[in-house]
Ligand binder design. Sequence first.
Ligand code: ATP
Ligand code: MG
Length: 203
Amino acid sequence: MLYGRSAEISVLDEVITRARDGAGGAVVLRGEAGAGKTALLDAAAARGGAMRVLRLTGVESESDLAFAALHQLLWPVAGSPGALDALPEPQRLAVRAALGLAAGGAGDRFLVAAGVLSLLVEAAAPDGLVCVVDDFQWVDRASADALLFAARRLATERVAMLLAVRGDAPVKGVPLTVEVRGLAEAAADELLASRHGALPVQV
Ligand SMILES: Nc1ncnc2c1ncn2[C@@H]1O[C@H](COP(=O)(O)OP(=O)(O)OP(=O)(O)O)[C@@H](O)[C@H]1O
Ligand SMILES: [Mg+2]
């Protein structure tokens, strides 16, 4: 149960609805530890109806492992037979290498980024795609570059990208940011009451 946050949810809803209608885009949720970013991502991802959801959570211990985050996000797509076939060959080869499905190492970073965009667009058929990226501050640099390259090119795609980031870690090139601050007093009261029942006024 999510208390409060109607303003934040309505921004996320708009990004998701526009994406479903073919005008995709990205939004950043920014806030301190425990502010409620993951809770908002979960609530938003559940609001896409029939839209597919792909998800990744940055892992601190994998921050230096190139393409680890992309592997997490794209494995449900790229790991199934035939999914990569629609990509132009240079992109397919680059993505396969980045995901460890073929030899060749990181190769051409542009081709990986273009391939990630193509794969997200493929994964968005038929009902659209919500791409959820949590703890972006721990996403490895190679994955972050490819994800943000794709995020900047969604305007005519049926893909919404929702990114949550802690503190002031940069998320370059995504102009729409929602600051996740503390809950308003009424919502905080409701949350407290739900967890602890009626409390003395002083508490
Ligand atoms: N609006 C809300 N209503 C109810 N529970 C909430 C709300 N916001 C946050 N919570 C709860 O508070 C806790 C912390 O929230 P959450 O994990 O979403 O924070 P976060 O911003 O993702 O933190 P971190 O930066 O550590 O990942 C969780 O148990 C979450 O379910
Ligand atoms: Mg979180």
